[in-house]
Design a protein. Structure first.
Length: 675
């Protein structure tokens, strides 16, 4: 059964199938192939209203893309609570575990244009719209726990530095260029977020395998008007997983839509992505009891110190019907609140509260974007706001002001006790200053904690990421500045990247003496599941028929099995049973899969051998699980890969299938020696 939001959207959904073609005025047309001309070789006539309407509409199809987070992908779903949060907040949608709240989520990259690739190294947006019985609530998160800057006034600066350079609009969708790193080295509050983005978190395997962090501190307010500070978290049920950099770059060419395809396919297959909603809570009276300022968006609240209280689960269960109508026109705003949730004085959050509405005005063309179906609340809207471009609502009556007597002084506000939104009565006093609190001055302790918390392979990946990104910086002085800056995080890190960057080792040779770690920051111990991992099975004609049962068994473990061969069509097994080929070596690549099962067949030729060998070799380089059986073994033997960690070969091993599943359940074999 459709939820209230879907019921509402049903009234806007239109199906052209089987219908007669009309103009936008509803006029049925007899012809849609030829413009109206004076003679069949003559000029087109001005009176051809059908031509004019069709072309005009086409000419105006584009709207400005988002200034940041331009490339995104959305889906519908629902949130259901595990328990009531009534003790902390009066927000109605956080009270009753029996209620399912409709949601719409949009994931995004930040810096690339709308047509850029999904797998670039970047922060990911994770914005959720809750259609609650008290109006729309937006939780506009990112997939990293902190942000680059501490004050919103610097947002245009960081984004200008990160975007393609203005003189030549190069490079696309990457921070690997001079202006970004020049900004970083000269704005050291960025250190912590840079560590996150240089880590594996910058190249997620899937939107379904990312966390979401509110970063900014909000408030929960309960019925007794008691306030707690709160930060929100999404925890993916599939764990937090990433690509490797070489793979991410290759996917950018092979399938720039890798992440959106992954989400779309999972939902179409009924493998609905799920995240648990968590909250970290701090009592108002404990505001100053931490070694960091809890309002500082460049700091995490370490999860070991302030546990994430898991309160419910979100399931995405429906793809959009129309990308533009829904995903492109959805308008999020961290200021869309419901009673029981309020802001903190985090100066980044405060600035965001201005920006989001402002940007929708130009992007969506006026002040009525809340009436666009995807943005419409599921509760009635009544106020004295009127008119403006594209107004849909037909307000009755002559009164559009408050106070009035002609309409009994309605629409009327209602007191907080009856559900009216009232801001928390926080006491504020101070002098007007352009300044930043001294409590925001420590830029490195948590960057050090992040580095300390990484596993060996994660550290190696960070060193490689810095070496790549800063290696693209042409200005040697900027490269040197970056090395000096990150010696405050780790002299070892700075020294290793200095060597790769052709600059001097850092002047600072004193390692930070903090040994503080937060295990929650490392992906090493995340949940690892088989569900929906994609396994490429390389088959040729004459394959050993028994493999069909093995594949069925792998499917029963929820693995997605796809067959690769040299041609599309069917491959025939030794027992004459056939399997359909999904991809050829031309249309697929190992980088699009989580693991490989090399099977082969009796009918191999040199070209097949070469293609299959390259496929397996690349998977090997990317630490992926590999199984080899029957003729498939030779592709590994000839390249000395059979003894690699995570490689399972048959060689009459009756445990083969179990061992292969074990290898796949590890996801990546970081301790494999790559040569
Ligand atoms: Fe945003 N951000 N942001 N941001 N942001 C936008 O609003 C802004 C920040 C985030 O899928 C814009 O509708 C400022 C933090 C997401 O439609 C814009 C500052 C976090 C999305 C804007 C920040 C975010 C946006 C552009 C610094 C994570 C995509 C289009 C003070 C907690 C939403 C739009 C979508 C989008 C401003 C920082 C998350 C320009 C001024 C921190 C997920 O208004």
């Amino acid at each position: 059964m459709d939820n209230k939001k879907q019921e509402q959207l049903n009234t806007f959904r239109t199906d052209n199938l089987g219908q007669t073609l009309t103009t936008n005025q509803g006029l049925k047309m007899a012809e849609d192939e030829f413009s109206l001309k004076a003679g069949d070789r003559g000029p087109t006539l001005m009176e051809d209203f059908h031509f004019r309407e069709k072309i005009t509409h086409f000419d105006h199809e584009r709207i400005p893309e988002r200034v940041v987070h331009a490339r995104g992908f959305g889906a519908h779903g629902e949130l259901q609570l595990y328990k009531s949060m009534g003790e902390f907040t009066k927000a109605k949608f956080l009270q009753d575990p029996a209620v399912k709240t409709p949601v719409f989520v949009r994931f995004s990259t930040v810096v690339g244009f709308r047509g850029s690739s999904d797998t670039v190294r970047d922060v990911r947006g994770f914005a959720t719209k809750f259609y609650t019985e008290e109006g729309v609530y937006d939780l506009v998160n990112n997939n990293m726990g902190v942000f680059f800057i501490q004050d919103a006034i610097k947002f245009p600066d960081i984004i200008h530095a990160n975007k393609p350079e203005p003189h030549n609009e190069i490079p696309q969708a990457t921070a690997a260029h001079d202006t970004f790193w020049d900004f970083i080295a000269n704005n050291q509050e960025t250190a912590h977020q840079v560590m996150w983005i240089m880590s594996d978190r910058g190249i997620p395997r899937s939107f379904r395998m990312m966390e979401g962090f509110s970063i900014n501190t909000f408030r929960f307010i309960n019925e007794e008007v008691k306030s707690h500070f709160v930060r929100f978290h999404w925890k993916p049920m599939l764990g937090v997983h990433s690509l490797v950099w070489d793979e991410a770059q290759k996917i950018s060419g092979k399938d720039p839509d890798f992440h959106r395809r992954d989400l779309f396919d999972a939902i179409e297959q009924g493998n609905f992505p799920e995240w648990e909603l968590g909250v970290q809570l701090i009592k108002e009276e404990d505001e100053f009891n931490f070694s960091f300022d809890i309002l500082d968006p460049t700091k995490v609240w370490p999860e070991e110190e302030i546990p994430v209280n898991i309160i419910g689960k979100m399931t995405l269960n429906r793809n959009v019907d129309n990308f533009f109508a829904e995903t492109e026109q959805v308008a999020f705003h961290p200021g869309h609140l419901v009673p029981g949730i309020d802001f903190s004085n985090d100066p980044l959050l405060q600035g965001r509260l201005f920006s989001y509405t402002d940007t929708q005005l130009i992007r969506l063309g006026g002040p009525n974007f809340h009436e666009i179906p995807i943005n419409k609340p599921i509760v009635p809207v009544h106020n004295n706001q009127r008119d403006g471009y594209h107004r849909q609502m037909i307000n009755l009556g002559k009164v559009s002001y408050h106070k009035n007597s002609l309409a009994n002084d309605t629409p009327a506000p209602i007191p907080a006790a009856e559900g009216g939104y009232e801001h928390y009565h926080e006491k504020v006093e101070g002098q007007k200053v352009r300044a930043r609190s001294e409590s925001f001055n420590d830029h490195f302790s948590q960057a050090v904690m992040f580095w300390n918390s990484m596993s060996g392979p994660e550290r190696e990946h960070i060193i490689s990421a810095f070496s790549f990104e800063v290696g693209k910086v042409k200005d040697k002085n900027v490269r040197q500045q970056v090395v000096e800056m990150f010696s405050n995080v780790s002299v070892e890190l700075a020294t290793k990247i200095a060597a790769n960057l052709g600059v001097n080792p850092p002047q600072n040779q004193t390692e930070p003496n903090s040994t503080k770690v937060s295990p929650a920051l490392s992906q090493e111990n995340t949940i690892k599941k088989l569900d929906t991992l994609k396994i490429a099975v390389i088959l040729a004609d004459g394959f050993q028929g028994g493999i069909i049962e093995t594949l069925d068994f792998l499917r029963s473990k929820k693995l997605n099995i796809e067959i690769i061969s040299d041609q599309l069509g069917m491959v025939k097994g030794s027992d004459n049973r056939e399997l359909e080929v999904q991809h050829t070596f031309l249309t697929a690549s190992s980088v699009l899969f989580d693991g490989v099962l090399a099977v082969g067949g009796s009918n191999l030729n040199l070209k097949f051998d070469q293609d299959a060998t390259n496929f397996v070799k690349e998977a090997f380089m990317h630490y992926k699980p590999i199984g080899a059986i029957y003729e498939g073994e030779k592709w590994l033997q000839e390249n000395n890969m059979t003894s690699g960690i995570g490689v399972v070969v048959n060689s009459n091993n009756d445990q083969f299938t179990d061992q292969f599943i074990n290898s796949v359940s590890t996801h990546r074999h970081w301790d494999r020696v790559i040569y």
